[in-house]
Design a protein around this ligand. Structure first.
Ligand code: AKG
Length: 426
């Protein structure tokens, strides 16, 4: 017997192109449907690649935007205008100050205690930081430590814990009423070292007393406290107890101060007033940039030692390896007399010409001990202005607004940021 089924299949195959045409005509509706589905799937996958808001690939795309900006940050290609000196050693010394008796006294004091001051200056310029032991009386350190530990008790673990803005009032600018904090901020040895490094007269404008790690994420002080010229800002960080490695010591990226300095709009972001997570997005970009840059160190320093970092050194306070390990410290932020202006990029919009400047007269008033401390604490250090407020009468001085070529202002919307628990978005 012949296998008829086989013969039938052979017959079908032998019909050739005509049979395909017949099949197409018979099933044309399904064929069109299949082609439509294939086309739709292709379009969808293209959309996913091109549209960063696509849910499916959102996180990967956001992280690739971060690393894209980070690469650009490190290449310095967002900046197209040279702003002048990037390191303290390139500043023109302030003529009146460096000719003054006070400066002479300061230099005599420094040269006696630090015969290697030239080497210290070189390190500050090359690496962006120094560590030294200023002469601070034991009693002052102990009183500042006791105050800072109280912040911990009342703020971090108080009953109920205060947290948030209440904590800020407890640990910020307490030079207004706690003598030991004022004494550390005004310490002659620290001021003299600042003067030796910058050849300008330093003045403190802010103190912060952190009992634990600050949890401040990767940032440069420039984004908060920008002076023009840039090196006319620096911070002193004094350890009020020995810093333990597990306490989350301040981290910094050695040499990062020589990278270009960035404001919020340089990263395509709106300022912090528009949305509190905009600053976190700035930090995300700096974090990605520093992951590539490397050179990360931690300041495990003994009690009474002082770390001075320069305006644009990228740093922060990491999570503690052992939670709640005390790390009592005082950071004092300094500007220097003779700067053209000081402003807060994080709170400004250089695209819209809305600039938050530091009001140095108001800062001086806050330190004026003839005024009651309650009154001084209420004084705002800021004054609103436009791009030209401090430069219209200074030909040749660039305003905060005219510095960069900037990416489109879209990243506040495109970039996501998921806050981690305990993260400090100051
Ligand atoms: O003390 C710290 O953890 C760092 C503080 C800090 O980042 C700052 O004051 O700019």
């Amino acid at each position: 017997m012949l296998n008829t089924n086989f013969n039938e299949r052979e017959c079908d195959r032998n019909k050739g192109p005509l049979s395909w045409l017949a099949f197409f005509l018979r099933h044309r509706l399904y064929v069109f449907l299949a082609l439509f589905l294939i086309l739709f799937a292709l379009l969808l996958s293209r959309e996913t690649i091109e549209n960063p808001l696509s849910r499916k690939n959102g996180e990967e795309i956001i992280s690739s935007i971060h690393s894209g900006i980070a690469k650009t940050v490190l290449a310095g290609s967002l900046t197209n205008v040279q702003l002048g000196p990037l390191v303290a050693g390139d500043l023109t010394p302030h003529p009146t100050f460096t000719g003054s008796d006070r400066f002479k006294k300061m230099m005599e004091f420094i040269e006696k205690r630090h015969p290697n001051i030239d080497k210290i200056r070189k390190q500050f310029d090359e690496e962006g930081f120094i560590v030294f032991k200023p002469e601070i009386p034991e009693a002052t350190l102990a009183a500042a430590a006791a105050f800072t530990e109280d912040v911990y008790r009342n703020c971090s673990v108080g009953s109920p814990p205060i947290g948030g803005a209440g904590c800020r009032d407890l640990h910020q600018d307490r030079y207004t009423d706690i003598p030991a904090i004022r004494d550390i901020a005004m310490n002659f040895h620290i001021h003299s070292m600042m003067a030796a490094l910058h050849q300008h007269e330093p003045f403190p404008f802010q103190t912060l007393n952190y009992p634990l790690t600050s949890l401040a994420r990767t940032h440069s002080d420039y984004v908060h406290f920008a002076a023009h010229p840039l090196p006319l800002m620096a911070a002193s960080w004094v350890a009020l107890i020995d810093v333990k490695p597990e306490a989350g010591p301040v981290f910094y990226h050695r040499g990062s101060h020589k990278l270009p300095h960035y404001n919020m709009q340089d990263f395509g972001l709106d300022n912090r007033h528009e949305h509190h997570l905009n600053y976190a997005k700035y930090q995300d970009v700096q974090f990605s940039a520093m992951e590539r840059f490397g050179n990360r160190y931690e300041a495990v320093i003994p009690k009474g030692h002082c770390l001075i970092w320069s305006a644009n050194l990228i740093h922060g306070g990491p999570e503690a390896k052992k939670e709640r390990t005390l790390r009592l410290s005082q950071v004092t932020h300094f500007f220097f007399r003779g700067a053209n202006y000081q402003w807060a990029p994080v709170a400004s919009d250089v695209g819209k010409g809305k600039i938050e400047y530091y009001d140095t007269d108001a800062v001086a008033k806050k330190w004026d001990e003839n005024l009651p401390s309650e009154e001084r604490r209420k004084i705002s250090k800021f004054v609103g202005g436009d791009c030209e407020t401090f430069t219209k009468d200074k030909p040749g001085v660039v305003s905060p607004c005219e510095m960069h070529s900037r990416p489109p202002r879209v990243f506040s919307k495109l970039l996501d940021h998921k806050s981690a628990q305990g993260e400090s978005i100051m």
